[in-house]
Ligand binder design. Structure first.
Ligand code: KIV
Ligand code: ZN
Length: 513
């Protein structure tokens, strides 16, 4: 009989560790709600002890998101386990996930402890976690570079101590599919109490093998896969949720397994993650890339018209690709807007609809034709509104060929307004110089891009910027029919993120896995 594979999403924890990818509290909550619609089994919501902000967001997700198990990460330290428990305790299904490095390099260089000491630490902390909640996951970090005999011992001891899931991480993306398959089989054959826990796998993509390695573990009997939407994560990222889920579904003949993910929500979730983190999805990315289901070559187009199966192994609709439609304009009523949002998968309450409709009218006044892409941006702005430190009140730019541009910018902070003028190499540079004068924050602009997100000559231009100050970086995004205004708003969006983050401060950042 086909086995169910538990999908453990760690976009909000490991995915959010991508440099510059951090999300605001409202974005994390909106994403967690979307992950619940996607019907993942477990949401790893964060690492509560790592910062007050992480604690708060894990705790709010535990209280507000229903359906999946809500999991928090903790090192094998009593204070981490307590903090994690306090953050997840209100969830209907709470889980503590505790980890410690077990490879030679981790034992000797990072932890400076013997293998026996680390095994004792793991057992003690799993017991502590199990005294607080019945659902406990243990990860021997860097398992795939850990001595196999020691790995067997620590897996057996932590199951004995109360771990109900044992996760085997390929922390540095070093393994290959056949070694992974062999390792998981070896654990199943030689750990006497292995049937008392679910065996999980967690792969990083340093060699581009994370999905293949995860699937190899499933083939060998793993019952849980840890993954992230769009493969977000440290360095080259984690195994991509959409690729794992669609591989298991499309090749169920190979795996004799299934997941309970609602695949029709995949594209929407991918777009949400890309928009909240500012990380674009490459066009040729499997499943969720813009070109994933597009056929350019005449011979392919002809084949697909004759029979879809000639060149397609999945239906685009199965993962939530819908044909974009032009349905709305300035005269569209609230009911029509709400219906189209519903078709796009957004459930909107009456109270939210007031705000969304006001934004819609403002957009429709500037831009006659409203496409689905415009509605997606509108929804993003409505859900990501954050406690803004600085917002744009007024902007004027003079730009002449062959001369430096001059900008006057007025910003609002709380109830006060501040205005400055500056010159620069081009209008965007002048605007950013004026913003820096007002905010008195010196940043470096690491990346700047502008692209048209919708269609027609009045299309929205979306600016994406990455700025850095004091070693911290943030990505900001904003869209407008005026690209200079979009550039200013994107810059402020990134700056506000940096300011919010620096106020909250991070503890123990060096211990983040
Ligand atoms: O990559 C890793 O080892 C981790 C663990 C905390 C599971 O993220
Ligand atoms: Zn990881």
């Amino acid at each position: 009989m086909a086995r169910k594979i538990v999908i453990f999403d760690t976009t909000l924890r490991d995915g959010e560790q991508s440099p510059g990818a951090s999300m605001t509290m409202s974005e994390k909550l909106a994403l967690a709600q979307q992950l619940a619609h996607l019907n993942v089994d477990v949401i790893e919501a964060g690492f509560p002890f790592s910062s007050p902000e992480d604690f708060e967001s894990v705790s709010r997700i535990a209280q507000e998101v229903s359906g999946p198990t809500i999991c928090g990460l903790a090192r094998t330290k009593a204070e981490d386990i307590e903090s994690c428990y306090n953050a997840i305790r209100h969830a209907a299904k709470p889980r503590i996930h505790t980890f410690v490095g077990t490879s030679k390099v981790h034992l000797e260089k990072r932890l400076r402890k013997t293998a026996d000491e680390v095994l004792a630490m793991a057992v003690e902390n799993v017991q502590h976690a199990a005294s607080l909640t019945a659902d406990v996951e243990f990860s021997p970090e860097d398992a795939m570079r850990t001595d196999l005999g020691y790995l067997r011992d620590i897996v057996e001891a932590t199951i004995e101590a109360g771990a109900t899931t044992i996760n085997i991480p390929d922390t540095v993306g070093y393994t290959t599919p056949w070694i992974m398959e062999e390792t998981i089989r070896e654990l199943f054959e030689n750990v006497p109490n292995i049937d008392q826990a679910v065996i999980s796998v967690h792969c990083h993509d340093d060699l581009g093998l994370s999905v293949a390695n995860s699937l190899a573990a499933v083939k060998a009997g793993a019952g849980q896969v840890e993954c992230t939407v769009n493969g977000m994560g440290e360095r080259a990222g984690n195994a991509s949720l959409e690729e794992i889920v669609m591989s298991i579904r499309t090749r169920s003949d190979e795996f004799d397994a299934y997941t309970e993910v609602n695949t029709k929500e995949i594209v929407k979730t991918s777009k949400m993650v890309s928009s909240f983190t500012g990380f674009p999805v490459q066009p040729n990315k499997a499943i969720v890339g813009e070109n994933a289901f597009r056929h350019e070559a005449g011979i392919h187009q002809h084949g697909v018209i004759m029979d879809r199966e000639t060149y397609e192994i999945m239906e685009p609709q199965d993962v939530g690709w819908v044909e974009s439609e032009l349905t709305l304009g300035p005269r569209s009523g609230k009911h029509g807007v709400r219906q189209r949002l519903k078709d796009l998968g957004y459930q909107v309450t009456d109270a939210q609809m007031e705000d969304i409709y006001a934004r819609f009218i403002e957009m429709a006044d500037k831009k006659n034709q409203i496409y689905d892409e415009d509605l997606e941006i509108l929804m993003r702005e409505a859900t990501t509104e954050m406690a803004e430190t600085w917002s744009l009140a007024y902007l004027q730019v003079n730009s002449t060929t062959g001369a430096r541009s001059q900008a006057t910018v007025r910003l609002r902070k709380e109830d006060a307004e501040y205005e400055k003028e500056a010159v620069g190499n081009g209008p965007v540079d002048a605007v950013y110089a004026a913003i820096n004068l007002i905010t008195e924050v010196q940043t470096t602009l690491d990346d700047y891009s502008i692209r048209s997100v919708t269609r027609g000559k009045d299309a929205l231009g979306e600016a994406t910027v990455r700025i850095a100050t004091d070693g911290e970086s943030a990505i900001g995004r904003a869209a407008s029919t005026d690209v200079i205004e979009a550039s200013a708003a994107a810059y402020l969006n990134a700056l506000n993120r940096l300011l919010i983050r620096s106020e909250l401060g991070k503890q123990d950042a060096q211990d983040t896995p």
